[in-house]
Write a protein that binds this ligand. Structure first.
Ligand code: PLP
Length: 234
């Protein structure tokens, strides 16, 4: 059985966060060890309240999850909530475990879920960072093309950046994988006339599941995109 560690918030509306991570992982035959960073009070329309878990308790959960065999093969990080939690997570995770960091800043409803400058060394430690276009602009600090913004994130030390095109326009939704070594790699799927919450959570989780199964980064991005497309089509 493949296992991943999923670090993130609960979402009382059920659309995103750890519930969504667990559902996507289950579709891919993967078990989730959940680490709760915050309990959020949400509807589809608004973030009503956020109750953060104290950073040491987040670290305790991660350590306990990692001490439970079989060892997770990858880590998916979603909502962290604060720089202090990001630091505690960073300290609790062992070297060598691939990390997929979905740099969640806001819910789709607009409610803030994380400080923009709070990710710290996790941004550089992650095997992959998966910003949407809005997050890419904020994290890179660059007003320009997605290519220039991704290049700026790589220059800041990110190892690989998957820029999600789901909120763009056009017949296809195209995600672009940027690394320092290779030309940008596109991952496309037909754009569907559906609007669902939790697509970012689903994609990062699906990629983490495939990394845990031993796929290369490119294979994991391709399979992750396909898994999200299958879910959206249903
Ligand atoms: N709420 C929580 C607890 C999350 O973890 C996330 C994403 O990771 C979101 C909300 C954002 O999801 P959405 O953009 O679908 O609202």
């Amino acid at each position: 059985m493949t296992v991943i560690l999923a670090i993130g918030g609960t979402d009382s509306s059920g659309g995103a966060g750890l519930t969504r991570d667990t559902a996507m992982a289950a579709e891919l035959g993967t078990a989730v060890r959940p680490v709760v960073t915050a309990v959020t009070v949400q509807t589809n329309e608004a973030v009503l309240d956020v109750h953060p878990c104290p950073p040491p308790r987040v670290a305790d959960q991660a350590r306990a999850a990692l001490a439970t065999p079989p060892l997770p093969g990858a880590v998916k990080i979603g909502m962290l909530g604060s720089a202090a939690v990001a630091k505690a997570v960073d300290a609790a995770l062992p070297a060598g475990l691939p990390i997929v960091l979905d740099p969640v800043l806001k819910a789709s409803s607009g409610g803030a879920l994380m400080e923009a400058d709070g990710f710290g060394t996790l941004l550089r430690r992650a095997a992959l960072v998966t910003p949407n276009l809005a997050e890419l602009e904020v994290l890179s600090g660059v007003l320009g093309s997605p290519e220039a913004q991704a290049a700026a994130l790589l220059a800041q030390g990110a190892r690989a950046v998957l820029v999600k095109g789901g909120h763009g326009t056009g017949a296809e939704s195209v995600d672009l994988l940027f690394t320092a070594e290779d030309a940008p790699a596109p991952f496309a799927a037909p754009r569907l006339a559906v609007s669902k919450r939790g697509t970012g959570c689903s994609l990062a989780t699906a990629i983490a599941c495939h990394l845990a199964k031993g796929d290369s980064l490119q294979e994991a991005c391709r399979h992750g995109k396909d898994a999200v497309h299958r879910w959206l089509r249903r």
